[in-house]
Design a protein around this ligand. Structure first.
Ligand SMILES: [Zn+2]
Length: 164
């Protein structure tokens, strides 16, 4: 399977290191490792915001769909449409559905059919595969100096043609 974003293992390793990702992030996302349960930074993390692929930044989940599955990993019942690709995983003598980032193929975790309604799905993710974005700290929503653009307006095209 090929993904829009392609990097070699070395490039991913260096990219993750450069952005300060957890050491385990490379093993999880590129070699389908699983972080130990109840150790991930997002397992008990309930702030409002969005969860993004640690490798490429694609948005994968919104905090609205996160729930406490009690399994030791951050769990979601719904993914952003199209953000995640499912692959049948026959490792460890089980048939499971692996989930990877649709953009870069990063291993995220698995999806199970024992989640809550309305989807009945449980996306069981590794915290190390995710980056949480706090909408309040993104800054783009607050630009107090926009009115300086308005002052450049010139009043051309006055439409005062009183007909007849
Ligand atoms: Zn990705």
């Amino acid at each position: 399977m090929t993904f829009p974003i392609q990097k070699t293992d070395t490039e991913w390793f260096e990219a993750l290191q450069a952005q300060g990702a957890e050491p385990v992030a490379y093993q999880v996302t590129r070699h389908a490792a699983t972080e130990r349960p109840f150790t991930g930074k997002y397992e008990q993390h309930w702030a409002d915001g969005s969860y993004h692929c640690v490798c490429c930044g694609a948005q994968l989940f919104h905090s609205d769909t996160k729930f406490d599955a009690g399994c030791g990993w951050p769990s979601f019942y719904k993914a952003v449409p199209g953000a995640i690709t499912e692959i049948v995983d026959r490792s460890h003598h089980m048939v499971r559905t692996e989930t990877v980032c649709s953009q870069c193929g990063a291993h995220l975790g698995h999806v199970f059919e024992d989640g809550p309604q309305p989807t009945g799905l449980r996306y069981c993710m590794n915290s190390a595969s995710l980056n949480f974005h706090d909408p309040a700290s993104q800054g783009s929503a607050c630009t107090p100096h926009e009115d300086s653009l308005d002052s450049a307006h010139t009043d051309s095209g006055d439409s005062g043609d009183g007909s007849n």
